[in-house]
Design a protein around this ligand. Structure first.
Ligand SMILES: Nc1nc2c(ncn2[C@@H]2O[C@H](COP(=O)(O)OP(=O)(O)O)[C@@H](O)[C@H]2O)c(=O)[nH]1
Ligand SMILES: [Mg+2]
Length: 327
């Protein structure tokens, strides 16, 4: 009986073939099983894929001599990690060079960037990590590159407004969609079991200084996702401030200043927590063991009067000042 495999299946199979890490292979196999038509003709194939899956599950983590260093693994730091994605020469390295102190390679030839380079953007008093990446094309992706996107908080799709915008958008979306890396703004980033579903993404439209009028409107029209679009130029600096504010708002975080009882508040180094966090979440972030002993908190900020007592479940706002009293 013919298997009658679907384009969706072949997409997942391509993802599997190109996967270079066990984690990525695992995700691709799961996707192949999920989208495979279920009938007699696919019984053998399904059994084969299940075998591969369980083999991967059992495979012990590689150890021993010459431990492999994954250059595509960028440990998170700061309040969140944003990783850039885009075609060769679209301006990724220029963004990281303009907004951070990281040493990146800006060049007018393609593939000048061969490994991720993290830098720190400061939005007001919040450090946000921004990662420069090698480019992707319709048929080239550095082995292991997908891992950086899998591990980040948000993907910044960089589109050069002075070049073919729909071709660039197509390549980026195809890459993200075929690896289940993309979710829309309404979807939660994890399912009810805590498994990552995909990443939020947005569009950084660059080289506005040399783009034709209407280039960004054309791009928006072609994009089926309701991304945030921000227009910038690293040459003139236009839009860069807006971009760092967008990083902060997309991360969905609030900053809280902790005030030790009887002492002045330190307004320079806020805790950052997911929006919707409570007094108890803050206590846990500050000191997991001590959190259970939280007696009460005093709060200065939005929607409260100064120094008001706040319960453990009180939901915090951006820039609140909190004094925690432990018993
Ligand atoms: N006019 C103009 N050129 C830019 C802009 N951003 C980058 N470039 C140029 O585009 C080329 C590629 O930039 P680069 O940041 O290395 O791109 P990447 O390959 O995506 O990292 C370089 O020659 C940059 O000087 C911009 O906003 N305006
Ligand atoms: Mg580059």
């Amino acid at each position: 009986m013919p298997a009658n495999l679907t384009p969706e299946y072949f997409k997942a199979e391509k993802w599997f073939r190109e996967a270079t890490t066990p984690d990525e292979k695992f995700l691709a196999l799961e996707q192949m099983l999920r989208v495979m038509p279920k009938h007699k003709g696919t019984d053998h194939l399904r059994a084969d894929l299940r075998r591969k899956l369980s083999k991967l599950k059992e495979a012990p983590a590689k150890k021993g001599h010459g431990t492999h260093v994954d250059i595509f693994y960028i440990p998170r730091s700061g309040a969140g990690q944003i990783v850039l994605l885009g075609a060769p020469n679209c301006g990724k390295s220029s963004i990281v060079a303009a907004m951070t102190n990281a040493k990146v390679n800006v060049a007018d030839f393609p593939f000048a960037t061969t490994a991720p380079v993290p830098g720190m953007v400061t939005f007001e008093d919040v450090p946000i990590q921004l990662v420069d990446m090698p480019p992707i094309t319709a048929d080239y992706l550095a082995p292991g590159q997908v891992g950086t996107y899998r591990n980040c908080d948000i993907i910044g799709i960089v589109i050069d407004l002075s070049a073919d915008v729909s071709e660039q958008l197509g390549i980026c979306l195809d890459f993200l969609e075929s690896r289940n890396l993309l979710i829309d703004a309404e979807t939660s980033t994890v399912d009810e079991h805590g498994n990552a579903l995909g990443k939020r993404a947005f569009c950084i439209c660059t080289k506005s200084d040399i783009a034709e009028a209407g280039a960004i409107a054309g791009l928006k029209e072609k994009c089926k996702y309701r991304f945030e679009f921000v227009e910038i130029s690293t040459k003139s600096g236009v839009g860069l401030e807006k971009l760092s504010a967008l990083f902060f708002s997309l991360l969905g975080i609030i900053r809280i200043y902790a005030k030790p009882p009887g002492k002045p508040v330190d307004m320079t180094d806020p805790f950052t927590l997911p929006a919707g966090s409570t007094v108890m979440d803050l206590a846990t972030a500050i000191h997991r063991e001590l959190a259970g002993k939280l007696k009460f908190a005093r709060i200065w900020g939005t929607g409260v009067y100064d120094g008001q007592n706040a319960q453990r479940h009180h939901v915090l706002n951006d820039k609140d000042i909190i004094e925690l009293h432990f018993g």
